[in-house]
Design a protein. Structure first.
Length: 217
């Protein structure tokens, strides 16, 4: 697919367990531009157009990139860009992002986050992010003005102003077992407070469940 407005062309698209990637982004105008760098993120986010929150059609193949971008418990991300000059056909750019902890749990694909007011689930642990003027899903500028977050407006009447909020009480570790929460409901003491080697191994496997009560994980 070509996107002349961004100066980019997507040659192929794939993903793998543990990270999200877009390989084969070619600049149509010569050197890669800042807009072309954002093209990968925009392409991943566009998968939301076919996603219905709470529905039964969510799949990792069709929505996996978008779901990982908005996965509530993922709180760290690292991205990289590589210019692949020596491809047999065309030179291209490869984009990869790693998320921690990994999202896209098959059990919750249709509900990657909780619906509600931003930061309502983390009182006392909310960071106010910069306001931005946007049109639909596209950010236009950071020029929201006004005395407070509620009444801020954009210079262009066709744009809307939104102020982002981010929960900061993320758990610093993860569960290695997929059923830790279920085990904790029935055998909390056995899982998190048993002594001996077996007990320590269980606590290590379910570290988030055992040590991150009240935190996001």
């Amino acid at each position: 697919h070509s996107y002349p407005d961004m100066g980019c062309e997507m040659l192929c698209n794939y993903n793998n367990v543990g990270y999200r990637s877009l390989t084969g982004v070619r600049s149509l105008t010569g050197p890669v531009t800042p807009l072309c760098r954002l093209f990968a993120l925009r392409t991943w986010y566009m998968e939301k157009e076919n996603f219905l929150f709470g529905g039964d059609n969510a799949t990792a193949a069709e929505h996996g990139h978008y779901l990982q971008m908005v996965w509530a418990s993922s709180h760290k991300v690292g991205c990289g860009l590589a210019h692949c000059k020596h491809s047999p056909k065309k030179e291209y750019y490869s984009y990869v992002c790693n998320y921690c902890p990994i999202g896209n749990d098959p059990r919750y694909l249709s509900r990657p986050y909780r619906r509600g007011r931003p930061c309502s689930a983390c009182p006392g642990h909310c960071r106010l992010k910069a306001s931005a003027c946007h049109q639909e899903d596209e950010c236009q500028s950071n020029s929201c003005t006004g005395p407070d977050c509620v009444s801020r407006t954009c210079p262009d009447p066709d744009l809307k102003c939104s102020t982002g909020r981010l929960c900061t009480n993320a758990c610093p570790t993860v569960d290695l077992w997929s059923n830790c929460k279920e085990l904790h409901k029935t055998w909390a003491s056995w899982l998190c407070h048993s002594r001996g080697l077996a007990g320590r191994q269980r606590r290590e496997a379910c570290k988030a469940t055992c040590s991150c009560k009240g935190l996001i994980y």
